[in-house]
Design a protein around this ligand. Structure first.
Ligand code: TMP
Length: 206
């Protein structure tokens, strides 16, 4: 569903080591936007995030993982995103429900339709207006990540390949929502590509 009012919600998406945290920070300061993240972004969400990413937490059921991501998101949208959009602000988030489609839908094999329905319920139908996919080949993300630091990063190569394919399929299926940006090169080079892609999407002249 497209957001009502003046506000706009832009989400950065991509696999591990795609550089989205850095690029979300840069674009948000350029646009004077509210910067936030999923999972996290609220007190409740940061606690859910700590649980989800803790490598000492083992045996998490795939559906439990999807539900925890959705619980984080429900809190985040209600407490941070919706109020900011209602005030006409631009919100830039480091990940969104699209990550659930890629990680839980494709990566865990829960299916993107089921996960989409869960996310739509959690957010009362609010989805980002724009998703920027930072696309990097596996060797670049592996270099940037070095050792897996958290429970999701440690999920294995095959899992992360399915996630990456999932992101590409999602972007292809919904070209009105997604822009795919080459995430290789320096921070500056990627930031310039992100800015250009944003301006094209927003219809802003150079
Ligand atoms: P990040 O802050 O490094 O992006 O870490 C968040 C991790 O959580 C990352 O591995 C992606 C994963 N994740 C999901 O699996 N599903 C989701 O819905 C979201 C938002 C993140």
């Amino acid at each position: 569903m497209s957001n009502q009012g003046e506000g706009r919600w832009i989400a950065f998406e991509g696999g591990e080591g795609s550089g989205k945290t850095t690029q979300a920070l840069l674009l948000s300061s350029k646009l004077q936007a509210v910067l936030t993240r999923e999972p996290g972004g609220t007190v409740v969400g940061e606690r859910i995030r700590a649980l989800l990413l803790d490598p000492m937490v083992i045996g998490v059921d795939d559906r439990a993982e999807a539900l925890l991501m959705a619980a984080d998101r429900a809190q985040h949208v209600t407490e941070r995103v919706r109020p900011a959009l209602d005030e006409g602000k631009v919100v830039v988030s480091d990940r969104s429900a699209y990550s659930s489609l890629a990680y839980q839908g494709y990566g865990r094999g829960l299916g993107s339709d089921a996960v989409r329905a869960l996310c739509t319920w959690a957010t009362r139908g609010l989805w980002p207006d724009l998703a920027i996919l930072l696309d990097v080949p596996p060797h670049v993300s592996a270099e940037r990540m070095r050792a897996p630091a958290d429970r999701m990063e440690a999920a294995g190569e095959e899992f992360h390949r399915r996630v990456q394919d999932g992101f590409r399929q999602l972007a292809e299926a919904e070209p009105d929502v997604w822009v795919v940006v080459d995430g290789t090169g320096t921070v500056r080079e990627v930031a310039d590509r992100v800015s250009a892609a944003y301006r094209r999407w927003a219809g802003v002249d150079d």
